[in-house]
Design a protein around this ligand. Sequence first.
Ligand SMILES: Cc1cc2nc3c(=O)[nH]c(=O)nc-3n(C[C@H](O)[C@H](O)[C@H](O)COP(=O)(O)OP(=O)(O)OC[C@H]3O[C@@H](n4cnc5c(N)ncnc54)[C@H](O)[C@@H]3O)c2cc1C
Length: 299
Amino acid sequence: MRPSAINYMNTHILPSFEYYEPKSLGEALELLDRLGGDAKVLAGGTDLLVKMKTGALRPKYIVNIKRIPGLRYIRLEEGVLRIGALTTWHDLEEDPVVERFPALADAVKQMGGLQIRVMGTIAGNLCNASPAADAAPPLLVYDAEVVLASVKGVRTVKLEDFFVGPGKTVMQPNELLVEIRVPAKGGSSAFVKLSRTSMDLAIASAAVYAEFEGEVVKEARVALGSVAPTPIRARKTEAVLKGRRVSEEGLIELLRTVSEEVNPITDVRASAWYRREVSRVLVYDALLKAFERSRGGRA
Ligand SMILES: Cc1cc2nc3c(=O)[nH]c(=O)nc-3n(C[C@H](O)[C@H](O)[C@H](O)COP(=O)(O)OP(=O)(O)OC[C@H]3O[C@@H](n4cnc5c(N)ncnc54)[C@H](O)[C@@H]3O)c2cc1C
């Protein structure tokens, strides 16, 4: 190990970099285009600065987007929840409109501690592309999209197509995620997270969106976190759930499809075996929670 690397790890001193603070979106996009892959966007910094302090990342340039006006908003317009790039988890926690998206509201309440929710942005959570990102499973079951801007223009990407691997997305180095779009739906939803402590990343997590007729699942969408290289939709399991009664005996056994759809690793938080086993239980719990909510329960 090189002496400088030892130094970073022991002292947690940031490596040196050039710092930019654009005052407009246009200026930020120009900068990212010019600086290319050597630049990193800084939003709340709760992921980025940790990686820089441990030496995992050493960007030459930092582009702090926090001073750009007009990127911090939560709006429900024509049935679509629009979340600006600089919206923090705490902003979401404080806005009653988020309660209309119960799986997202569940994730917001379980994300980190207050300091992290005040600093961290939900867009940063997606761009960091951790398989454990709490925002991902709820947004996946709502069929959310992200809007990416660059000097060349704007493109919209389905969140399901956004993640390509641990820490990797389809975003180009000159792009900025400017908005998250979440269509409002008529069904019920829930997110559950299993973690070692209340402030830790998920061992595994699951979100379910479902439409019920009585006890019967008419429509189901299932997504999981921390059980594959990216957050995933579990489409086989969605097909299994369709037409089933929530009270059906052995439903949790039928959810073994979840274990087939995940591809977990062993790490400090849990073994791959445990993650595979617990995934279907989390999906089952999220389904029951969504069902209770559909009946007006306070689950
Ligand atoms: C103590 C602690 C507890 C945590 N607990 C949780 C938890 O429970 N659940 C969880 O999911 N996460 C957790 N995290 C991780 C982190 O807080 C979140 O992922 C947070 O939402 C990141 O947002 P940020 O604004 O701080 O991102 P930053 O650190 O600023 O950026 C993260 C990455 O995204 C890029 N980026 C940020 N915004 C944009 C943008 N608009 N366009 C393009 N690229 C962008 C950055 O370049 C960087 O690569 C925790 C972190 C810490 C330190």
